[in-house]
Design a protein around this ligand. Structure first.
Ligand code: 5GP
Ligand code: MN
Ligand code: MN
Length: 337
């Protein structure tokens, strides 16, 4: 099966085999954590030539700058053009790999590890489990099948991946198996308090002030999302500049916004260019936001999705309102994804 094919692809690497690990653009904790954790596992297997990379910009967000395995990272421009094995983490389609997409099409084997239901199956071997809480669940399983024992470095990477994608073990994907995996990771001696403080509970004072300003302009629209409510706000490049903040600090902004009790759907519109916006969508359960994101050219999961919007903020939000006004197939009560 696919697991056997994936194990075989790693095992048949020549002694000096070159491996390139890639993950999606603007990597989050799952993308970086599963990629670097797997890279450290390959190193334990004796693989010597390992590069890890992601599309430009090459910046690692501050919350992840303490991750073990960062020394494997190279800029996309320096990534091996023809590796023997390419392994892709947490990307649902090649469009999420930017200029690295061509590495998947080379003569080497392409192995895809992911958990998006919308994954297009773009690898030679695809380990895609939509039921998995994070790509790191798939990565841990493959490491186990390769006979790699967890050490603290691998475990810390996989723990960051698992805890970020489950919202610190709060989302419904947090199954008994997720806690069992967390227990295996913690048994290596990693410190969850230290890790969580770095990853979740640390941001520059300028970002705190920026959040205050951006949250202060949030709008609640109770009639939107077929009566379940929409809350949204936006942040411009000028906001970032005035507070001297890097774009990735805005990744955490969706969390205080989605706390809004009166809205099922929450949305943060983040400017990335003159008329370009990265849009984050979340639902508490009544709305399939991946349907909205896919309709607007993006993708994601039923309760967490995103897309790239063009035009003005008002134009982007109006398109979201229009999509949210379309009832789910089979009626608004349909909660299947
Ligand atoms: P976030 O809001 O955290 O950036 O993204 C939430 C989820 O939506 C991610 O897990 C990712 O799968 C998906 N997503 C976000 N932005 C995009 C996008 O521009 N294109 C696609 N295809 N998926 C996206
Ligand atoms: Mn991700
Ligand atoms: Mn993920």
């Amino acid at each position: 099966d696919d697991w056997d094919a994936a194990v075989a692809a790693v095992r048949r690497l020549p002694p000096d085999g070159r491996v390139l690990l890639v993950c999606h653009v603007n990597p989050d904790g799952d993308a970086l954590g599963s990629m670097l954790g797997f890279g450290l596992g390959l190193r334990r297997l004796g693989v010597r030539q390992i590069q890890a990379t992601f599309p430009d910009p090459p910046e690692v967000p501050e919350p992840f700058r303490g991750l073990p395995g960062l020394e494997l990272l190279v800029p996309a421009a320096a990534a091996d053009p023809a590796p023997d094995l390419v392994i892709c983490f947490d990307a649902a389609s090649v469009s999420r790999l930017g200029e690295l997409a061509d590495r998947l099409a080379g003569p080497g084997t392409a192995l895809v590890l992911d958990h998006h239901a919308s994954n297009t199956g773009f690898g030679d071997v695809n380990l895609v489990d939509p039921a998995a809480a994070a790509t790191s669940v798939v990565a841990e399983e493959l490491l186990a099948r390769l006979g790699v024992a967890l050490d603290a470095g691998i475990a810390e990477c996989l723990y960051v991946a698992l805890s970020t994608d489950t919202g610190s073990f709060r989302f419904d994907a947090t199954t008994p198996a997720v806690h069992e995996m967390a227990a295996r990771l913690l048994a290596t001696g990693i410190r969850p308090g230290d890790i969580s403080r770095r990853v979740f509970d640390s941001r520059p004072f300028g970002a705190v002030r920026l959040f205050g300003e951006v949250l202060g302009r949030a709008r609640l629209e109770p009639e939107a999302a077929t009566g379940h409510g929409l809350v949204w706000t936006y942040a411009t490049l000028d906001d970032l500049a005035r507070h001297e903040q890097r774009p990735y600090v805005l990744e955490a902004l969706i969390d205080p916004v989605r706390c809004t009790a009166e809205a099922d759907v929450s949305c943060v519109v983040k400017q990335t260019g003159p008329r370009e916006w990265a849009v984050s969508l979340r639902s508490k359960g009544a709305t399939d936001v991946s349907r909205v994101a896919v309709a607007l050219g993006g993708g994601g999961h039923r309760l967490a999705a995103g897309f790239t919007g063009r035009g003005t903020v008002d134009e982007v939000v109006e398109r979201i309102r229009v999509e949210l006004a379309v009832p789910a197939p089979g009626g608004g009560a349909d909660r299947r994804g």
